[in-house]
Design a protein. Structure first.
Length: 559
């Protein structure tokens, strides 16, 4: 047996879990959506000297990826060892006490580890279904603990490999025994899953015999009455086909045939789609040519899937291979990309090649991204096309969501050249907003929240701008949409912003329901508007240097 811990292609979803990212369309009032380079896919305008120079950084649909793992610093344990300081308890000279060396020989198994359950667990001599179920659960936990100890290096890889193979063989034996005596559906399912899982684990450890057994077991489970198990079997067999293709033991047409057979299966789920995605990637890496027709078949197979996440993922797989969509995204980087009429034909062409509800949703999402990056005219081209397709959407909820997204878009962009209604605002001390305080001034309106990182990052720029230009006629109006007033109070106490901060004076309408915010259709922040001396909005979505340039221009203009 070849002893190796190299993990092969993902072969069982329950062994190597999968995660899927859903497409988020627009922003819902009341939800904390922040528009930034990391969350929206466009380059923020603050990085440019002029808003017209803002470019779409990466508007093309990205391939679905696993979300990054989050980490948290573990809290200190009261019983943890601490380093003694001179004069404190410890050795006479104040240095920390040296640790006691282990009482076992290097290279040997620590007796404390040897007595752990995962090292001592034995296969029961029983034909009782419940006893076998209990053992399989303990076996699964033991394998997890064994791998954890290997990662901590409290046991060597050789010992972990040997013990892991023992647990795997015992798990297969227990699964077979349970399958023979199981009387309940869940017991039969557990037996099938446990066997596939154990064989997959042993295969990942380099056991060739286990790999052959896994193929055979997966072939047998293709007709399992549990659709989830049947899907796992489909995915396993496709994963083996990918591996065979990569090793050169099968031809390209053989893998394509397996993919098409998989698409015709009634068991299509997340793990099957993941394997299909891996298969088409393998084909393209070897040939260097996009497999567009195969991608179309995959998208069609999942188009009406009950799981919207999988339907969207299959759409992304095709979108990333659609030349007209790539051409559309590339055109957004040109100097003329803010001329909406120049984009209309490209938008239509992309939809003709990719006629899907997800394309409509994507265009709606792009309208928001382009708008917030300062390309309002281009954004209008996208939202107009999405609006024209609302009636083709499959559900009333989808139609309503897109309608609301569109209505908010037009509220935001149509404020240009108009006055803002600041009614139902009060400062943090409860004094009602007075427009008289700002008449004849150039005013920057900043809609923000303490939980919004891009908002906080913009504050130093606003401080500097206010410090330099306040005496020349600049004012700033901060409209805060925090839910927690105590958090806002603490922030203002610490930061001491030099301009006034306003909140909703209506206790029943806070956050994005703040009347002045809601009337503007704002559901993503930061939202910044610049008001001229005539009291009308002259620009929106300017930040950093672009904001400074516009403010200086307007301060210099005659009233």
């Amino acid at each position: 047996m070849r002893q190796s811990f190299n993990v092969t292609h993902s072969i069982v979803c329950r062994v190597l879990s999968c995660a899927w990212l859903l497409l988020v369309l627009g922003c819902e009032g009341g939800s904390r959506k922040e528009i930034s380079s990391s969350t929206s896919g466009y380059r923020p305008s603050e990085t440019n000297s002029d808003p017209a120079e803002a470019k779409v950084a990466d508007a093309k649909p990205a391939a679905t990826t696993l979300p990054p793992a989050t980490t948290q610093t573990p809290p200190k344990n009261d019983n943890s060892a601490t380093v003694s300081r001179p004069g404190s308890e410890g050795t006479p000279n104040g240095l920390p006490t040296a640790p006691t060396p282990p009482d076992f020989e290097p290279g040997k198994l620590d007796p404390a580890i040897a007595n752990r359950d995962f090292m001592k667990l034995a296969l029961p001599d029983s034909k009782d279904a419940e006893a076998l179920v209990a053992y399989l659960k303990k076996n699964s936990r033991s394998m997890q603990e064994l791998m954890a100890e290997m990662q901590k290096r409290t046991i060597t890889r050789d010992i972990a490999l040997k013990r892991g193979m023992e647990l795997g063989r015992d798990r297969v034996s227990a699964a077979d025994a349970l399958a023979a005596v199981a009387s309940k559906k869940e017991q039969k399912s557990m037996a099938s899953i446990a066997k596939l899982e154990a064989l997959a684990q042993m295969t990942s450890m380099g056991d060739v015999i286990a790999a052959d057994d896994l193929r055979a077991a997966a072939q047998k489970e293709l007709k399992n009455e549990d659709p989830e198990i049947a899907e796992q079997a489909v995915s396993i067999l496709l994963a083996f086909s990918i591996k065979d293709f990569q090793s050169g033991s099968t031809k390209e047409e053989d893998l394509v045939k397996v993919i098409e057979q998989t698409l015709s299966s009634e068991s299509l789920g997340q793990s099957a789609l993941a394997s299909i995605g891996g298969a088409i990637d393998a084909l393209e890496r070897k040939s260097g040519t996009p497999r567009l027709e195969l991608a179309k078949k995959i998208e069609a197979a999942f188009r009406d899937h009950k799981d919207n996440g999988m339907s969207m993922t299959a759409w992304q797989l095709l979108a990333n291979r659609t030349a007209s969509l790539e051409d559309l995204m590339t055109s957004l980087e040109s100097e003329d990309s803010n001329k909406g009429e120049l984009i209309d034909a490209k938008v239509q062409k992309a939809f003709d090649d990719l006629p899907s509800r997800w394309t409509i949703f994507y265009f709606a999402q792009m309208s928001t991204q382009l708008e917030y990056s300062g390309r309002v005219e281009a954004a209008k081209a996208f939202i107009r096309f999405a609006e024209s397709k609302i009636d083709t959407l499959p559900t009333e909820n989808a139609k309503e969501e897109l309608k609301q997204n569109s209505e908010k878009f037009w509220k935001r962009v149509n404020v240009l050249g108009s006055e803002i209604d600041f009614s139902e605002l009060a400062d943090v001390e409860g004094k009602a907003f007075s427009l008289d305080d700002y008449k004849g001034k150039v005013v920057v309106v900043d809609v923000w929240a303490t939980w919004c990182n891009p908002c906080i990052e913009e504050l130093p720029n606003l401080r500097n701008l206010y410090k330099d230009q306040q005496t020349k006629g600049l004012e700033i109006i901060g409209i805060n949409v925090d839910e927690d007033s105590a958090r806002l109070a603490a922030f203002l106490s610490s930061e001491k912003l030099p301009w006034k901060t306003y909140v909703s004076s209506n206790a029943e309408k806070r956050e994005f329901e703040t009347p002045a915010v809601s009337r503007l259709g704002i559901s993503a922040i930061p939202f910044i508007a610049v008001i001229g001396k005539d009291g009308k909005v002259a620009a929106i979505h300017l930040r950093g240097r672009a904001l400074e340039k516009k403010v200086l221009e307007m301060l210099a203009a005659q009233p």
